[in-house]
Design a protein around this ligand. Structure first.
Ligand code: FES
Length: 647
C-alpha cells in the first residue's frame, strides 16, 4: 500500500510519508515552516497545528482526526501545564496514521499576551532569521577533552542541523556557567539570514527559553513608528510612535543636511538623538506588552535615505546635492551593539535597501508591502511627505522617482493650517449656489445633518484647517467656482457673496467667521497647486517612461493618504485618472514592509532583488519635467483628461 498523503495549508505543499512519521518532521522535509524551540520534546508548545476534517476531492484526500495519533503522554503532560487551544495538536508528538490536511495557523500563542492594537490585519508566512534551539549537551568527560562550547555546537548540529556555527564573542565568558545553570540543557538563539552564510549564535540561556521578539521600525523625518513582534508566534503585540527629536535640528530633510554641514558635531548629535528616541520607544512598546527588551533579538528598519544614513551614523552630506550619492544602497546587516540599541547585546539589525538617493528604504518597504512587482495590474504607489516617493509598475517593469512636493500637503505654509487637534476643520462642503460652507470639526459634537456636516456660523472654538482637509477645501472651492481652473480666486464673486474678501490685489475665501477668522488665501491655493503639480509631474514622468496612458490601481501610503478623500485628490489632479474604487489608502505601508522582512527572511531577498530591478528616474535631470509641472498647475490638469471623474 502507498504511504499516507499529507497536505499542508495554506502553503499547499504536499507529500507522502510512512505511517508513524511526526507531523513536524513531515513539515520540515517539505520546507513548511512550523516553529519549534524544544526540538520535539513537547515542552515549548510552539509547533501547534490543526487537522482539517472532511473530503478534499480536488486533492484526492479524506482527512480526519482519526488519521493522526491520539494524544500521548508527553503531549498530555504539556497540556496539563499550559493550555493547548481546542482542536490544536503538538506536531512534534502527533504522528501520521492516514491521509491528512494539516493547517499551520499563522499564530501560535503560548504565553497569554495582551494585544493592544492590531497594527495590521494581514498575516504573513513566517521564516524568521532568528531561531531558538533547545539542546541537551553531554556532560564533560576527562577522557574526551572536548570543550563545553564544542559539545554544545555538536548538539546543535546533531539536533538542528547547524554546521560551522560562529559564536558571538560576548557569549564565551559565560558559556560554562550557563550550561551548568541549565543542568546541561540550554537554548541558543541562532541567526541565519542568508542561506549561504554561517549560522551565528547570538544568545544563550540556561534551560528552555521560550521567548523571542523583534522590532520593525519606520524612521520618518517627523515620526518614528514601531511594531513589537513575537518572532515565535508571528504576532504584532504592541505598536507605537513618537516624534523624531531631530526636528529640533531642522524641520525638513534638507535643513538637517545643512545642519550637518555647518556644525562639526552635527551628524553625531542627530545620530544620537534618533537612536535615543528609538530606545525610548522600544522601552515603551516593551512595557505595554510586558516584554523584556533583552528578549528582542532582531530589529528591522526602514527610513528615507537621509534618516537611514543619520541612523547608521553616516554623514548625509552627499545626499544634499547632485548626484545624490548614497554611502550604501544595498541592505545593511549589523549588530545592535554597533549602533547603541538597548536590546539584547547580540541582537541583529537589518535595514532594507534604498532604491535611490531620493527614494529610500521606506519606499522599498512600501513596495514590499503593496507588491506592484507581484502583479499584472499597473500599480501606482505614492508616499506623500515633504518629498513624494513614487513607484509605478507591475510584474514586468517598475520605475521610481521622488518629487519635491514641499510641506504644503502637511498643512505647513498654509495660512490657516494647523495640527489635527480639537478645533481643526477636517471636512468641508461648499454650496455652489450660496458659497456657504458646512464643516466637520475635530472634537466638536456631531451636528445636525445626516452626514455630520453642519453650518458653522454660531460655533465657537474652530481654530484652523488640518493638513489633510486642505485638499478638500481647495477642491470644494474649485467645484463651487470660487477658484478657476488656473487656481485664481474669482474676485467677481465678491458681489455675490460676503465670503469673497478683497486682499490687496488678490482675493480670499472666508471659510469661517467666528472669534477667529479662517480664510483661504490666494497664496494658500498657490501652495497647494505647486505641491500637487510636483506630485503629478513626477507620476506623469514615470507613466511616460513606461509608455502607459493610465494606471489600474493607486495606493496612498503614509498618514496623508489615510485622511484624504480619493475623489478630491483626483478633482485637484494630484493623481491621474483612475477608477475611484481602485484608489486606496494603505496606512504605514513602509512599516508593514519592515514587519514582513522581520517575520520572513524570504521577503528580504525579494525586496533586495526587486530594488536592483527598479529603474530610478531623477526628476531634476529630466528636461521634460518642467513642462509636465506647468501643465499640472491647472485644475485638474491643462492637458490630461479625467474621464472617470466625470462618470
Ligand atoms: Fe516544542 Fe513540539 S516542538 S512542543
Amino acid at each position: 500500500a502507498t504511504d499516507p498523503l499529507v497536505l499542508f495549508m495554506p502553503s499547499g505543499k504536499r507529500g507522502r510519508f510512512p505511517v508513524g512519521t511526526s507531523v513536524l518532521e513531515a513539515a520540515r522535509s517539505l520546507g513548511v515552516y512550523v516553529e519549534s524551540v524544544c526540538g520535539g520534546r513537547a515542552t515549548c508548545g510552539r509547533c501547534q497545528i490543526e487537522v482539517q476534517e472532511g473530503q478534499f476531492a480536488k486533492h484526492g484526500i479524506t482527512s480526519s482526526n482519526d488519521h493522526i495519533s491520539p494524544v500521548g503522554p508527553k503531549e498530555k503532560r504539556y497540556a496539563e501545564v499550559r493550555t493547548i487551544p481546542a482542536g490544536r495538536r503538538l506536531s512534534c508528538s502527533a504522528t501520521i496514521l492516514g491521509d491528512l490536511v494539516v493547517d499551520v495557523p499563522p499564530d501560535t500563542v503560548v504565553n497569554a499576551q495582551v494585544i493592544r492594537k492590531a497594527a495590521t490585519d494581514r498575516t504573513f508566512p513566517r521564516n524568521p532569521a532568528i531561531q531558538l534551539c533547545y539542546v541537551e549537551v553531554d556532560e564533560p568527560d576527562m577522557h574526551k577533552p572536548l570543550g563545553d562550547l564544542d559539545r554544545l555546537n555538536l548538539m546543535l548540529e546533531k539536533d538542528w542541523g547547524f554546521q560551522n556555527i560562529l559564536v558571538a564573542q560576548h557569549l564565551l565568558p559565560d558559556v560554562q556557567k550557563t550550561l551548568r545553570k541549565g543542568n546541561w540543557g540550554v537554548t541558543a538563539a541562532i541567526h541565519r539570514d542568508l542561506e549561504t552564510s554561517r549560522p551565528n549564535m547570538i544568545a544563550l540561556w540556561p534551560g528552555l527559553h521560550n521567548e523571542a521578539y523583534g522590532i520593525a521600525c519606520d524612521i520618518g523625518s517627523t515620526t518614528i513608528a514601531m511594531h513589537l513582534v513575537s518572532l515565535l508566534s508571528g504576532r504584532v503585540i504592541a505598536s507605537s510612535g513618537t516624534s523624531n527629536p531631530q526636528i529640533r535640528f531642522g524641520e525638513d530633510l534638507m535643513s538637517r543636511v545643512s545642519y550637518v554641514m555647518m556644525n562639526p558635531d552635527g551628524r553625531e548629535a542627530m545620530t544620537k538623538a534618533v537612536r535615543q528616541a528609538i530606545n525610548e520607544l522600544t522601552v515603551k512598546v516593551c512595557k505595554e506588552a510586558g516584554v523584556n527588551p533583552d528578549d528582542i533579538l532582531d530589529a528591522v528598519f526602514v527610513a528615507n535615505p537621509i534618516m537611514h544614513h543619520l541612523f547608521l551614523g553616516i554623514d548625509p552630506t552627499e545626499l544634499g546635492q547632485a548626484p545624490f550619492a548614497l554611502a550604501v544602497s544595498g541592505a545593511v546587516h549589523t549588530w545592535s551593539r554597533e549602533i547603541d540599541l538597548a536590546i539584547n547585546h547580540g541582537a541583529r539589525v537589518y535595514c532594507l535597501p534604498c532604491i535611490a538617493g531620493h527614494v529610500g528604504a521606506d519606499a522599498a518597504g512600501a513596495t514590499l508591502s503593496e507588491g506592484p512587482h507581484r502583479q499584472d495590474k499597473m500599480m501606482l504607489l505614492v508616499d506623500v511627505g515633504t518629498n513624494a516617493e513614487i513607484v509605478l509598475g507591475n510584474r514586468e517593469r517598475t520605475v521610481a522617482a521622488s518629487s519635491p512636493t514641499g510641506p504644503a500637503f502637511e498643512g505647513a505654509e498654509i495660512s490657516c493650517g494647523q495640527r489635527a487637534a480639537p478645533g481643526a476643520i477636517e471636512r468641508v462642503r461648499i454650496d455652489a449656489e450660496t458659497l456657504e460652507p458646512r464643516f466637520k470639526v475635530i472634537g466638536v459634537e456631531p451636528w445636525s445633518d445626516e452626514e455630520g456636516f453642519a453650518e458653522a456660523a454660531e460655533k465657537t472654538g474652530i481654530t484652523g484647517i488640518c493638513g489633510s482637509a486642505i485638499i478638500e477645501v481647495v477642491a470644494e472651492m474649485y467645484l463651487s467656482g470660487v477658484i478657476s481652473a488656473d487656481g485664481v480666486v474669482d474676485g467677481a464673486m465678491a458681489a455675490k457673496s460676503h465670503r469673497i474678501l478683497e486682499n490687496g490685489r488678490t482675493f480670499s475665501y472666508l471659510l469661517h467667521d467666528g472669534a477667529q477668522k479662517i480664510t483661504v488665501t490666494q497664496n494658500d491655493v498657490r501652495a497647494i497647486q505647486l505641491a500637487k503639480a510636483a506630485l503629478y509631474a513626477g507620476i506623469k514622468l514615470l507613466m511616460e517612461k513606461l509608455g502607459v496612458e493610465t494606471v489600474d490601481t493607486i495606493r496612498f501610503a503614509g498618514a496623508f493618504g489615510s485622511f484624504i478623500d480619493p475623489k478630491y485628490a483626483m478633482v485637484l489632479g494630484l493623481i491621474p485618472d483612475c477608477d475611484l474604487a481602485e484608489v486606496k489608502a494603505v496606512g504605514n505601508a513602509a512599516g508593514t514592509g519592515a514587519l514582513m522582512a522581520l517575520l520572513n527572511r524570504d521577503y528580504r531577498r525579494e525586496i533586495e532583488d526587486t530594488v536592483t530591478r527598479i529603474e530610478k528616474i531623477e526628476t531634476a535631470l529630466e528636461p521634460h519635467f518642467q513642462q509636465l509641472f506647468i501643465d499640472a498647475m491647472a485644475l485638474p490638469n491643462k492637458v490630461d483628461p479625467f474621464p472617470k471623474l466625470a462618470s
